[in-house]
Write a protein that binds this ligand. Structure first.
Ligand code: 5GP
Ligand code: MG
Length: 463
């Protein structure tokens, strides 16, 4: 199945002066973006003559060593951390995507819900589409136009209308770095200035950790080209700002900025909004670490209920959401989060998480809190119920597996065995961002898909 390889990944690109070891800076960027994908990682680098690539399965820490970095010389490099759905986890789809003559490399963050147009185009040119995922098909289309004599910039412009979906791309040739964002800007992409060069990255945390100066977001529909003559911008299509609001809710790192707003600040505001909507008499408010810590702090500040840590997170276990088997996922929760009896025993507890997807985590959390002696467990979620699947690059399951698509809040409360369950209202969520609603894609909450999901629409039931 080609179209289930949806990925919400992290991408980085660096263009430096001729002495720069760009692959090392890209590696630092990939470390900072590890949360965006833990399945595999890869770097392509060019010394001006040839592109060399290294990819491997697992975390950034496991994929590279000194030897691999030494084998990636050059002043231009791109990198990719991959996060794929269960259907797509084979090493042959690792990125950057390259070809046998090592003249182009591509890293993709996003997902094309439909690849029919690309497939038809490539088939008409007698190019095999067998076992090629969305990112690879995009690469193939670029490569086709380059083989027909187009420059890489022209190839991007020509192939762009075939890319029917969500994409932030870093593309390199032996002497150019290009960054492209689809016209809706659903996934983030920012540009930074290095002392002597440029860096692009999915999130600004990757820029700031290497002391790059955050310059701006790549605009929706914009192509940025960086080469010998500097940086130039080409607006390929209209700009319609529709950032996925889930980046604020869960996905992005709190030390990043999106649409000019600090993610940490927005998450804190989500907690403050929760405190306005749910006034609960409790002894303590605890976060589900790490992602809900800012929201729980915000709730504590606004409500006066004291903040504490009620779970200790094992730092060596990574995002459990990705595990394909439900049984393993449940055990993972306890492996990852262990309750602190001394904080919880005999207490009325407000526990805050950022989202409920399948409900696996929440059920297990309530169970753990009770076993640690909590007297009452009030669960608050710093986003509304997720009722619709994502087609834009997040690994949310089929609609039927989204618990809120077929259960009411009261039914979910009963199932997870909480004394109270409350979700932040849609209006509260928007307000917390400080950004106007029309700059967001909110599809997982509303079922409104700003970028046409074409034939995939039949997978959706309005609920
Ligand atoms: P559930 O157990 O309900 O399926 O998942 C909810 C938990 O998954 C929450 O704790 C939330 O922080 C986390 N979560 C929500 N969306 C994602 C995602 O896209 N990827 C990962 N890894 N975790 C997620
Ligand atoms: Mg979580």
């Amino acid at each position: 199945m080609l179209d289930v390889l949806g990925e919400k990944c992290g991408i980085v690109g660096v263009y430096g002066n001729k002495d720069l070891e760009a692959s090392r800076l890209v590696l630092a960027g990939l470390w900072a973006l590890q949360h965006r994908g833990q399945e595999s990682s890869g770097i392509s680098a060019s010394d001006g003559n040839i592109i060399r690539t290294h990819t491997g399965s697992g975390l950034v820490a496991h994929v590279y060593d000194e030897k691999t970095l030494d084998s990636l010389p050059g002043y231009i490099a791109i990198g990719h951390n991959r996060y794929s759905t269960s259907g797509g986890s084979t090493a042959k789809h690792n990125q950057p995507v390259t070809n046998s003559n090592n003249a182009i490399a591509l890293g993709h963050n996003g997902n094309l819900p439909s690849v029919v147009k690309l497939q038809e185009f490539l088939a008409s040119k007698k190019i095999s589409i067998e076992d090629r995922n969305d990112s690879e098909l995009m690469f193939d289309a670029l490569q086709y136009y380059v083989s027909e004599g187009s420059s890489i910039e022209d190839a991007v412009k020509q192939a762009y209308p075939l890319f029917t979906g969500v994409f932030c791309l870093v593309v390199m040739t032996v002497d150019k770095l290009i960054a492209i964002r689809d016209e809706y800007g659903i996934r983030p992409l920012s540009v930074g200035k290095l002392q002597d060069g440029y860096m692009v990255a999915s999130e600004t945390c990757a820029l700031s950790t290497v002391n790059a100066i955050e310059v701006r977001d790549v605009k929706p529909g914009e192509m940025i080209v960086i080469d010998e003559s500097g940086l130039r911008s080409v607006q390929i299509s209209e700009s319609k700002n529709k950032l996925d609001i889930f980046e604020f809710v869960y996905f992005a790192r709190p030390d990043s900025a999106l649409l000019g707003k600090r993610v940490n600040e927005v998450r804190r505001n989500l907690g403050k909004e929760l405190a306005k909507e749910f006034k609960i008499k409790a002894d303590v408010v605890i976060p589900v670490p790490d992602s809900a810590i800012p929201a729980a702090l915000g709730y504590a500040q606004a409500s006066g209920v004291p903040f504490d840590h009620g779970f200790i997170k094992n730092r060596y276990i990574h995002r459990t959401f990705i595990r394909p088997v439900q049984k393993i996922r449940e055990n993972d929760v306890h492996m990852k989060l262990n309750p602190l009896e001394e904080v919880l025993k005999g207490k009325s507890v407000v526990v805050i998480d950022d989202s409920i997807v399948r409900g696996t985590t929440s059920k297990k959390l309530v169970d753990l809190l009770r076993s640690a002696g909590a007297k009452e467990v009030h669960m608050l979620i710093s986003s509304p119920p997720i009722k619709y699947p994502d087609f834009y690059g997040i690994d949310t399951p089929d609609q039927k597996d989204l618990i809120a698509s077929h259960m009411s809040v009261e039914e979910i409360r009963d199932l997870i065995d909480a004394d109270f369950l409350g979700f932040l209202s849609y209006e509260g969520m928007i307000k917390a961002t400080g950004v106007s609603e029309d700059l967001f894609s909110t599809s997982c909450f509303t079922g409104v898909y700003p970028l046409d999901i074409l034939e995939r629409m039949k997978e959706i039931k309005k609920v």
